[in-house]
Every structure is written in C-alpha cells, then in structure tokens.
Write a new protein. Structure first.
Length: 137
C-alpha cells in the first residue's frame, strides 16, 4: 500500500474563481509546472466523471517531457475533483471556501520511484505556482 501525501495552499480569491482557474485547460497551461525551467505547453480535459485529462509537461530546453494523464472519478462543482492516474494511483483535490479566500487541499498516492519528500516538494511547488497565478488573475 502506498503512502498518501497531502499538500495545500490558501488562495486569496473566491472559490468559484479558484475552481475555474484550477480546472480549465486554458488556465492550467499557465501554472502547471514546478519551476521556471519547465512549462505546460498543452492541457486537454474532458471534464466529467469518466472523462480524461492530459497535461503535457516539458523542460523548456526541450530535452525532457511527459504526459500527465488521468481519468476523472468524481467532480463536485466548486468543491472536489478526483481522478485516477494511468498507473492506478488516486488523486483528490478539495476546495474549501474561507470567506473571500479558498483553501486548496490535494491528497495523492505516492509512487515508488522517488522519495515521498521529493514528490511532496514537487507537487507543492506546482500548487504554489497555481496560488501565484490565481492571485494575479
């Protein structure tokens, strides 16, 4: 059984906006990378239970890239989105309204190739990037 990792940020924006910026492919390409030497040149989503998502993540130098692919398991508008990655691991993100702010909490099952701390740091960096993008939108 794999370890479940939890990350979170609080975004200084209303939940309806945070939900849209987090899930709409036109916005995902602007924040879905952990560092400035990476980018997300393409994001596609059939946003419904059973639908697929595919986010292309690439090093800007062009020497490495991969497709982040999953199938949506649950979508509760403005509240929760869950999906299953291609390797069977589960990911869920919750959106909690805190007045004019929104707490975004993601839980994901760790993979066995990299340390849990490395995975937590990478996913947290992406979520921090999302926070910056959302608060500047």
């Amino acid at each position: 059984m794999s370890e479940t990792i939890h990350i979170e940020v609080t975004v200084e924006r209303a939940r309806s906006l945070v939900w849209r910026l987090y899930n709409a492919p036109a916005h995902v390409v602007n924040w879905n990378f952990a560092s400035d030497d990476w980018h997300c040149p393409r994001a596609e989503s059939d946003f419904r239970p059973g639908g697929r998502l595919n986010y292309r993540m690439e090093a800007k130098e062009g020497n490495f890239g991969f497709d982040f692919e999953a199938v949506y398991a649950e979508i509760a508008p403005e509240s929760r989105v869950a999906y299953t990655l291609g390797d069977g691991r589960k990911v869920a993100t919750r959106f909690d309204a805190l007045g004019s702010h929104t707490r975004v909490l993601t839980s994901f099952e760790a993979e066995s190739e990299n340390s849990a701390e490395m995975q937590r740091a990478g996913w947290q960096a992406i979520l921090n990037n999302f926070k910056r993008y959302a608060e500047s939108s």
